[in-house]
Ligand binder design. Structure first.
Ligand code: DQA
Length: 145
């Protein structure tokens, strides 16, 4: 059994309503329920969403205490936040970076991820399925390390 924290950043609370052509019709609650359905029996998974950089940093610090790994969709903070990058790094935990949209097929400013260098890998472009793929990738990593 692995202990995983799944963190979603700013504006992801609006999934389902927010630009559905880009982000799909599922809500974050739908996505979390699906994750629990798929992985909740075998693993402990904690979900956290915030629109606030400091709250995400606090959640990362908490993860360092109890979790084995992190799956994060840092939203727009991916492209701007050295503080979130440093917090991920400070946990010493494996972290999978995920995005619903294919950030490389979008605006140039989305092509840079400040957190990618401190993550084990990145999944981008598979819609809600990216969350599931992120958990699979992290579990696979944990089983090998
Ligand atoms: C996102 C991509 C980011 O560029 C954007 O700011 C988001 C969502 C994604 O899941 O595709 O808020 O992280």
């Amino acid at each position: 059994m692995a202990k995983i924290t799944m963190i979603s950043g700013p504006n992801l609370n609006l999934l389902g309503k927010r630009e559905p052509a880009i982000y799909g019709n599922l809500t974050l609650d739908d996505i979390q329920k699906n994750i629990m359905h798929l992985f909740g029996k075998d693993h402990e998974i904690n979900h956290f969403q915030s629109n606030h950089e400091g709250a995400i940093i606090d959640a990362l610090h908490d993860a360092a205490i109890w979790a084995d790994g992190i799956v994060i969709n840092a939203g727009a903070y991916t492209h701007t936040s050295i503080a979130i990058r440093d917090a991920i790094s400070s946990t010493g935990l494996p972290c999978a970076e995920i995005h619903l949209s294919n950030v490389y097929a979008r605006e140039n400013f989305r092509h840079t991820s400040l957190i990618a260098p401190v993550c084990i890998g990145q999944i981008s472009g598979f819609g809600a399925h990216s969350y599931e793929l992120g958990i699979h990738a992290l579990l696979n990593y944990l089983s090998r390390n």
